[in-house]
Design a protein around this ligand. Structure first.
Ligand code: AP5
Length: 215
């Protein structure tokens, strides 16, 4: 089983993914998280990816698809996986369809989380992330109990380099040009389910749960 989370930067994909993987017992594959880890470790992949990520651009398809191909055959994916942030271009989606027979998985649902642009900007510029466990917070909507300290592990919270206003604006443009065509791609395959992501975190999860509990 494969579930894909689609939606603009800041739609709440990572926030919802956390609950989906726990409740539906799925492996979690976030290309953004994998790339940020590579950047932090200064691996060859990380050095190449950094220049694109810092500018709000997509990392070239050839680098990203190999990450996903390798990850999908890891043992924890046998029961199914949640893909967050992949595919992000039509070429990546076509690649995914080609490699799926190798993994014996099929795409069951594509969840498109839609949120208005002003709200996306507010969410991204106010987001804070734990430098140790990666938990997500927001200065207004989801603040930690102690300022700048992670509730879960006590780690320091930081602002992602690509969450500055200028880079967020660029990321939203890139989404419109390169990722939005996937909406039609998955509508044509009758896999797309639209979620109203403007609601609060609990309400958004309820909508997702309604779609996934049928599986
Ligand atoms: P990635 O990490 O995937 O970033 P993204 O898609 O831009 O999404 P975000 O993580 O910014 O947002 P999100 O939707 O997960 O929102 P979140 O839950 O955090 O990718 C980063 C970069 O890596 C890309 O720009 C690209 O360079 C590269 N990359 C990754 N994948 C790639 C690929 N396949 N191909 C090429 N390049 C790739 O929520 C945001 C904030 O809002 C949080 O503070 C949260 O607390 C808050 N929030 C969430 N939901 C709600 C709600 N309902 N109400 C109020 N606040 C909320």
């Amino acid at each position: 089983m494969l579930i894909i989370l689609l939606g603009p930067p800041g739609a709440g994909k990572g926030t919802q993914a956390d609950r989906i993987v726990k409740n539906f017992n799925l492996a979690y594959i976030s290309t953004g998280d994998i790339l940020r880890k590579a950047v932090k470790e200064e691996s060859a992949l990380g050095r190449k990816a950094r220049e694109y990520m810092d500018q709000g651009q997509l990392v070239p398809d050839n680098l990203v698809v190999e990450i996903v191909r390798e990850r999908l055959v890891e043992p924890d994916c046998a029961n199914g996986a949640l893909l967050d942030g992949f595919p992000r271009t039509v070429d990546q989606a076509v690649f995914l369809e080609k490699v799926l027979p190798e993994t014996k998985a099929t795409i069951d649902r594509v969840l498109l989380i839609e949120v208005e642009e002003n709200e996306l900007i507010e969410r991204l510029t106010g987001r804070r992330v734990c430098c140790d466990c990666g938990a997500n917070y927001h200065v207004k909507y989801k603040s930690p109990k102690v300022r700048n300290v992670c509730d879960q592990c006590g780690g320091d919270l930081y602002q992602r380099d690509d969450d500055s206003l200028a880079t967020v604006t660029e990321r939203l443009e890139v989404y419109k040009k390169q990722t939005e065509p996937l909406i039609k791609f998955y509508q044509e395959r009758d896999l797309l389910y639209t979620i109203d992501g403007n609601k609060d975190i609990e309400d958004v999860y309820e909508q997702i749960n309604d779609v996934l509990k049928e599986l």
